[in-house]
Design a protein around this ligand. Structure first.
Ligand code: NIG
Ligand code: FE
Length: 419
């Protein structure tokens, strides 16, 4: 093989492909795959290629088992057990959807139609889904969750976060998280989604339930604790109490913040060192400053603003101030029933004032940042082998051709999951 061309990188950090690491086959029981002729490869490592996306041209990726073993120019790619010819198409890390609510039953199409006729979105609709979810069997919830995760995979998503929040009792929240943990990568306890009807006259009693018995039952199934900090849901003091109880139980906070109006959610997220403040639709200068000076990621969910006819968050303002931005779907039956990261990327470019490169970064590396994961959202040696080959020559087409199916092939942890 020629030694010319751009950089190539092995897991040991050396700059040359090493025979045996991926070449000539695989270790016992592991299959290696070489994806060749990638017209444009998004690595998300600026040290490997052009710009923030670390773009490589005429590239190849070698997968060994579930891991990326090598990236570099096609003409220097080591041999592998199997080959996939990308024929000049673009490839990127599978999308990291860091915010979704997938354990639920039923849907709310009528509520959406009413909204499109002028009725505003409120948190109250959540209780409709709570009633349907409580009445559903484990198998029905499991089947609906898997249907949605498959739908996501068909659109290039390989890492999924999922919250509880449609059970709102000790048993129902525990079962939601148990079912979520069977299927998704990241699980979040959202017992504090809204106050359920049986506690309507005693919201303080519900906060006590969430922070005691419910948390004890749920913490073993989750990595994260979340709260809907908003008028109509939980105020700043209640949210702080719930998040800090979760932190004492070993969970890391993330916050539904500033979705329906300005409020304390973003600053609370920063105060508590949350991994992410999600929505960020209504931000003051102080909120932007707080996010810009913190590790808390601003996770923007433009599908929600689309589906609730809200103004869009201003990603440009956040990025220019120095905040880290992620994009996610928020897939749920109420405020946003899309599972499509490409749709969110297109909205982000058109309406949140992101460049195509920023939006693709936010939907991959940004999501990984929001989940504090360094094994996904990048295509570099040692990463999980989550590869999305587009039926397009560049990442720009994700926003340039909105609504068009452009997924040619998807691997998750080295296993072909799509096409
Ligand atoms: O992220 N904001 C709170 N929760 C969801 C909506 C849930 C629903 O309407 O069912 C959200 O938008
Ligand atoms: Fe949400």
């Amino acid at each position: 093989m020629s030694a010319s061309g751009g950089p190539s990188h092995m897991p040991d950090g050396s700059s040359e492909p090493v025979a045996g690491a991926a070449g000539g086959g695989c270790d016992a029981g592991r299959v290696s795959i070489v994806i060749t002729n990638i017209g444009e490869l998004v690595t998300n490592d600026p040290g490997l290629g052009e710009d923030a996306l670390g773009l490589l041209r005429d590239a190849a990726v070698v997968i060994d088992g579930g891991t990326v073993a090598w990236v570099g120019p096609t003409e220097r790619a080591p041999a592998a057990d199997e080959q996939y010819d990308a024929a000049g198409r673009a490839a990127l890390p599978g999308f990291v959807d860091s915010h979704a609510h997938l354990v639920f039953a039923g849907e709310r199409a009528e509520e959406f139609a009413a909204r499109m006729s002028g009725r505003p979105y409120t948190a109250g609709g959540i209780r409709t889904t709570v009633a349907r979810t409580r009445a559903a069997s484990d198998d029905d919830l499991r089947a609906n969750l898997r249907r949605l995760v498959d739908e996501m995979a068909r659109q290039g998503t390989t890492t999924v976060e999922c919250k509880s929040g449609y059970g709102l009792s000790v048993e129902q929240e525990e079962r939601s998280l148990r079912i979520a943990a069977e299927t998704v990568d990241e699980v979040t306890f959202l017992g504090a989604h809204v106050v359920p009807p049986e506690y309507a006259d005693d919201p303080g009693g519900y906060v006590r339930l969430v922070t005691n018995e419910m948390l004890a039952a749920c913490a073993p199934h989750a990595r994260w604790v979340d709260v809907f900090c908003e008028d109509g849901a939980f105020d700043a003091d209640q949210s702080r109490e719930i998040l800090t109880a979760g932190m004492r139980a070993g969970l890391t906070p993330r916050v539904h913040a500033n979705q329906l109006g300005p409020g304390p959610g973003v600053r609370l997220a920063v105060e508590l060192g949350a991994a992410s403040a999600d929505h960020c639709t209504h931000l003051t200068d102080a909120d932007v400053d707080a996010l810009a000076s913190a590790a808390t990621v601003a996770t923007l969910l433009p599908g929600v603003d689309f589906s609730t006819r809200q103004p869009y968050p201003d990603a440009r303002r956040l990025i220019d101030a120095g905040a880290t931005v992620a994009l996610a779907t928020d897939c749920n039956p109420g405020s946003c029933y899309t599972s499509s990261m490409p749709f969110c990327i297109a909205l982000a470019v058109r309406d949140l004032r992101m460049t195509p490169a920023e939006a693709v970064w936010a939907a991959t590396a940004g999501g990984a940042r929001a989940l504090r994961r360094d094994d996904v959202g990048r295509l570099t040696p040692g990463a999980r082998a989550d590869v999305l080959v587009l039926d397009a020559p560049s990442h720009i087409h994700l926003a340039y051709r909105p609504g068009v199916p452009q997924v040619a092939a998807v691997w998750k942890a080295g296993r072909r999951v799509q096409a």
